[in-house]
Design a protein around this ligand. Structure first.
Ligand code: PLP
Length: 438
């Protein structure tokens, strides 16, 4: 799409973007923000409230990105604001233990079925890196199995792409990742249990862990097929492999206790992030007590952090998690109802125009793929018409709806989204899709 034809006033965002390029690589602190997949100028945001964001030009948008997941109660939720202000007055960091860390840990252990003990870190990336190190230390094995199209942050041994050939040895997916890193990462196809079994059997006694997004969200939203997660559990049990659910995105989102609660499959370790920090930088990993006690200082596997369990972040996380614990019987039904209604309306809109589509929705996340294929893994997700998605994204933006700036990122819903937003979104979508279709 010719973004210059955009009728949105983006004068300030354009200026900031230009200025940012001089001192920040690509003008952004995380690549997906640069709108590379859809083109155009990234919006520079000034503030947000509830379901809405406003940019530096004064445009207002209904937000379906929610900071890529954390904002399940919307922006500037009063309980989070108060918690953070209150803590800031008592200092923002001590590097010594605090009571609030225990309270957050207790909430996490109560909410997430498999977690008996939990360690706080500062991001999802740190959580997955640490969990994989722990699994390796605990099992005394080097190899890990991950799935094509799953994202676990930017740790070296996760930035691995499928190589050629039937045995699917990994290859570095970024310069700077060594062949040494790649040789210990095996790539499996999502939703393909036979492929995983084959990899495990070909590397008998060498695989420390299988790490999986139990509902994939980083190639668009793709649910596990019936039996897939159960099959991984059985395989891990049979071969003494640590099963890690990366619930950085799905934790507290598809159910209070994540996918493991929703589907009833229990991993050995779980990685958390995003919602757990209420919009502040928090990650966590936790699980079986015998494995978690293998972390220092009780165990030999080293992991540490100057700002881990930071009181400001813990206060924000505590505000979110205690609200979830108190209101979970109501809010997850409401989130699901909103997401389902939006999916139904979206299908109607697409069918009225005879456009090819596949939609997925699990709890408070979902995706619209512009393809008529069944989307079950990375290969089928990639059949989507990304040019059409880019055009749709920009048409929606002009309508004041902020969608993820990539076909392969999920949409997130929050308790801030209500009936009135549903109607606004579907009406905007009808106009946007007509434009895309033309
Ligand atoms: C976002 C995400 C990560 C990385 O978390 P960061 O906080 O961005 O480092 C890891 N795994 C999954 C499934 C994610 O969605």
């Amino acid at each position: 799409m010719d973004v210059a034809s955009s009728s949105l006033a983006l004068h300030n965002s354009r200026q900031f973007y230009e200025r940012a390029q001089h001192t920040i690589p690509g003008g952004v602190n995380s690549p997906a923000r640069a709108f590379d997949s859809v083109g155009g100028t990234p919006l520079f945001i000034e503030g947000g409230e509830g379901a809405f964001l406003h940019d530096t030009d004064g445009n207002e948008y209904l937000d379906y990105v929610g900071s890529w997941g954390p904002m399940i109660f919307g922006h500037a939720h009063p309980e989070v604001v108060t918690a953070v202000q209150d803590q800031a007055e008592k200092s923002t960091s001590f590097g010594a233990p605090t009571e609030i860390e225990i309270e957050v840990a207790e909430l996490v252990c109560d909410l997430v079925p498999s977690i008996e003990k939990v360690r706080m870190v500062n991001s999802g990336t740190e959580a997955t890196m640490s969990a994989a190190r722990l699994a390796r230390g605990y099992t005394g094995r080097d190899k890990i199995i991950k799935f094509e199209g799953n994202y676990h942050g930017h740790g070296d041994f996760f930035l691995i792409a499928a190589g050629s050939g039937a045995m699917t040895l990994g290859e570095p997916d970024s310069p700077g990742v060594t062949k040494g890193n790649a040789k210990d990462t095996l790539l499996a196809r999502y939703n393909d249990l036979d492929h995983v079994r084959h990899l495990v059997e070909a590397n008998e006694g060498e695989v420390a862990c299988i790490i999986v997004e139990p509902v994939a969200g980083n190639m668009g939203c793709i649910p596990p097929q019936p039996g897939f997660l159960e099959g991984l559990r059985e395989l891990c049990d049979a071969h003494d492999i640590v099963l890690i659910f990366d619930e950085v995105m799905t934790g507290f989102r598809v159910a209070p206790g994540g996918v493991q609660e929703r589907i009833g499959v229990t991993p050995d370790l779980t990685c958390l992030g995003k919602i757990i920090g209420g919009g502040l930088p928090v990650g966590a990993y936790g699980g079986r007590q015998d494995i978690m006690d293998y972390v220092s200082p009780t165990g030999p596997v080293y992991q540490a952090g100057t700002l881990s369990g930071n009181p400001l972040a813990m206060r924000a996380g505590h505000a979110i998690l205690s609200k979830i614990a108190a209101e979970k019987d109501r809010i997850y039904d409401e989130l699901e109802a909103y997401a389902e209604a939006l999916e139904r309306g979206t299908r109607d809109n697409l069918e009225a125009l005879n456009l090819d589509y596949t939609t997925h929705q699990v709890g408070a996340m979902g995706s619209l793929f512009f393809t008529d294929e069944d989307v079950v893994d990375q290969t089928t997700a990639q059949t989507s018409d990304t040019d059409r998605y880019a055009a749709y994204f920009h048409a929606m933006l002009e309508e004041g709806i902020y969608l993820p700036p990539s076909q392969f990122e999920a949409m997130f819903f929050g308790t801030c989204h209500g009936e009135e937003h549903l109607d606004t979104t579907l009406a905007a979508q009808r106009r946007a899709l007509r434009q895309v279709h033309a």
